[in-house]
Design a protein around this ligand. Structure first.
Ligand code: TXA
Ligand code: MG
Length: 335
């Protein structure tokens, strides 16, 4: 942390005007949201948006989420706003829900990666909302990591990935939710959840009645980002279905650490595991801490064994992200 460039990483409201000015001038600003940090540009400035893809090393066919400060702005980017969208925004905004709607013509295609639709979200974070208001324009922002890396939940994570590439990181402390927003598409006949998140399928269904989960093989990638390798730490990662499996595998490797919920890592310790990280004893705590735990673990260890949360009540979205970091690869079962 002491090698921080204090002109780049700035905390608090006094930096907001500088951030807004950079956005208006076509530059990039990283900012906190309640989910993860975003890397923002004026959604209507095609050149600025292109520079997001460059800074991240992101494939050009992965569309960006456009952030607005309140529901009154939705018509600035969406061509049509169905009743269901209004109901969902009412219920969950500001918050970790992105709704995909038809885009207006004026929104550049680079922002939506060539799609005629746009994902729109109202983040529940004061710094984010204030930045957009002051910039006076919707802000297109993917997560502020280099493409393929774990999403940043702290300013220091953004700094590690983006130093020298962007002029400003607004520091809002650690994000609350910890994993990216739920993405729901309302452009087809039936609403479809394209990416699970803290707003669950059940929560969405309770508002609009019918929604389909996006499971199974992605034939035509509707959320194009889903086909890329994601959330990958820089050292080999493995999933473990039981604490005993985790402990046995960790013992067979050098310098290996186990990451999981409180009960899982306690049981692994009881089985002789030495290095463990306890990410929490509730789904919300585990979501909040998971990405930072992976980023810390990869700095000091050569191998990470992650609890396989599959089937555990409340951990659906977290399991979606974590299983991507170990590519679904489970350690051998010892039982
Ligand atoms: O919580 C979040 O959503 C964070 C913060 C910064 O808002 N942003 C984020 O952005 O996670 P990103 O770019 O890392 O992920 C955006 C996801 C991708 O999977 C993308 O394919 C999907 O949203 N998406 C965006 N626009 C879409 C569209 N028009 N149609 C289908 N999927 C879309
Ligand atoms: Mg991302």
């Amino acid at each position: 942390m002491n090698s921080f460039d204090f002109d780049t990483v700035v905390a608090g409201a006094e930096a907001l005007d500088r951030g807004a000015e950079i956005i208006r001038a076509g530059g990039l600003v990283a900012f906190p949201t309640e989910t993860v940090y975003g890397l923002g540009a004026d959604a209507f400035n095609a050149e600025a948006v292109e520079s997001i893809f460059l800074a991240k090393g992101r494939p050009q066919d992965n569309p960006l989420i456009v952030h607005i400060p309140s529901l009154d702005w939705v018509g600035r980017v969406a061509a049509k706003v169905p009743e269901a969208a209004l109901d969902l925004y009412e219920a969950f905004s500001p918050g970790p829900l992105t709704i995909v709607l038809p885009k207006i013509d004026r929104l550049p295609l680079v922002t939506t990666a060539g799609l005629q639709t746009v994902g729109i979200r109202i983040p529940n974070n004061k710094i984010a909302l204030e930045l957009i208001e002051r910039a006076g324009t919707p802000i297109a922002a993917p997560s502020a990591n280099r493409s393929g890396r774990v999403s940043p939940t702290r300013a220091v994570d953004v700094y590690e990935d983006m130093k020298g590439r962007i002029p400003l990181i607004l520091d809002g402390g650690m994000t609350d939710v910890g994993i990216e927003s739920t993405v729901v598409s309302l452009v087809g006949e039936v609403p479809v959840v394209l990416r699970p998140g803290a707003v669950t399928l059940e929560m969405i269904a309770s508002v609009i009645g019918k929604v389909v989960n996006h499971r199974g093989k992605v034939v035509v990638a509707e959320a194009p980002g889903m086909k890329y390798r994601h959330y990958a730490p820089t050292v080999p990662c493995f999933g473990a279905a039981t604490p005993a499996d985790a402990a046995a595998f960790a013992a067979s490797r050098t310098n290996c650490i186990i990451v999981g919920a409180s009960d899982f890592v306690a049981a692994a310790k009881a089985k002789g595991a030495e290095a463990v990280v306890d990410i929490g004893d509730t789904p919300a705590k585990c979501m909040r801490n998971a990405f930072a735990a992976l980023r810390e673990a990869e700095k000091s260890y050569d191998c990470i064994v992650i609890e396989h949360f599959d089937g555990r009540e409340g951990y659906f979205a977290l399991n979606n992200r974590l299983s991507k970091s170990y590519g679904g690869q489970l350690v051998p079962s010892v039982s």
